[in-house]
Design a protein. Structure first.
Length: 149
């Protein structure tokens, strides 16, 4: 090792010019921050959704629609699907518990039966809601419908 080959450790020196350290640095004065305003001051932190004084996007966009907080959403099954499900999963009765065990609905889901399609199997239903058409078809086949609370 000779004196002319000595180098500083990697990362020990900085090649970037130091901001705001006099006019000779080329970046003195405003330190590349512009002339005035809160963004040029010390202690400025860029807040989320702040757009430099421009009207923020959440205030520029119109508010649309309405979400009803009292809406009840059901997992819907049509009579045309039920024959297939009874055969595939060998269901004795159509209940939310049986549907959850077979992975068809989530544990807290509410079940509603609608009257689209044809059904040939006589089966007992214990569901949260049922349409009038579906109820008349099920009872016409000899099945029973019980509404759960």
């Amino acid at each position: 090792m000779k004196l002319h080959s000595i180098r500083p450790a990697k990362g020990a020196t900085h090649k970037e010019k130091r901001l705001g350290r006099g006019e000779a640095s080329g970046k003195g004065g405003t330190s590349t921050k512009g002339n005035k305003g809160h963004q040029s001051r010390s202690g400025f932190k860029n807040r989320r959704a702040h757009e430099g004084g421009q009207m923020p996007i959440q205030r520029r966009l119109p508010k649309r629609g309405f979400k009803n907080p009292h809406r009840i959403s059901y997992d819907v099954f049509n009579l045309g699907q039920i024959d297939h499900l009874v055969e595939k999963y060998e269901l004795k009765e159509f209940t939310p518990e049986n549907l959850y065990i077979n992975g068809l609905i989530s544990q807290t889901a509410l079940v509603k039966v609608l009257g689209n399609g044809e059904m040939k199997t006589k089966i007992a239903f214990k569901v949260n809601a049922v349409s009038e058409k579906a109820k008349s078809i099920i009872e016409g086949l000899g099945g029973t419908v019980e509404i759960l609370k």
